[in-house]
Design a protein around this ligand. Structure first.
Ligand code: NI
Length: 199
């Protein structure tokens, strides 16, 4: 058993091809494009942490939704485990990656702060993609798919998305989140103005 490294660029490419095939036809906000954005956010945050294990961040960000229960009926992260094993990643590394993936998910993590810097970075990267203009787009895409009313989708901002800024782990992500948070506040204000009912 050996550990392939991300310095082997092709593993990143293989992982991207894998998620594109896996999420083909999915467009509700949990798709390959979301995973790619989370990956890019994570790499940006990671620039502030030269000691963080970049290989772990690349694989766990790209694979963080491949066992999402809303899309896949897998047990024990079997999509991620199978993909990593098939690509020569060692058992120990697979456990590390799965631990990061599971600490990103609010439902699996029960809202606890992740322990490692790699997990903190990936969690922040995922949360950033639920904020800002992309957060607005994803909320209404998902709401539409679920048949939710405009009102219910708007409620999601107050229940969750406007609270995200204060849950971020890293200064880098907090900095990236500032503009996104403000945009959501402005969006809701403008939406309120435009939809205000006059008697
Ligand atoms: Ni995600």
């Amino acid at each position: 058993m050996y550990n392939r490294s991300m310095r082997d660029e092709s593993l990143t490419e293989i992982t991207i091809s894998y998620i594109k095939a896996l999420f083909a036809g999915s467009s509700d906000g949990h798709d390959a494009d979301h995973s790619l954005r989370v990956y890019r956010n994570a790499m940006r945050i990671a620039e502030g942490y030269p000691d963080a294990d970049t290989d772990l961040i690349v694989l766990s960000s790209l694979l963080h939704d491949v066992d999402d229960h809303k899309l896949f009926h897998t047990e024990n992260n079997s999509n991620a485990r199978t993909f990593l094993k098939d690509n020569g990643i060692s058992k120990d590394r697979i456990e590390e990656i799965v631990t990061i993936i599971n600490s990103v998910s609010f439902s699996k993590n029960k809202g606890k702060t992740p322990e490692t810097i790699e997990a903190k970075i990936v969690q922040d990267a995922d949360r950033l993609d639920a904020m800002g203009a992309i957060g607005v787009a994803r909320t209404f895409a998902y709401g539409g798919k679920k048949g939710r009313s405009l009102e219910d989708s708007v409620q999601h901002f107050y229940d969750k998305l406007l609270l995200l800024r204060d849950t971020l782990n890293t200064d880098e992500a907090r900095e990236m989140a500032g503009k996104r948070h403000e945009f959501m506040v402005q969006f809701l204000e403008e939406l309120g103005n435009e939809t205000l009912s006059h008697i």
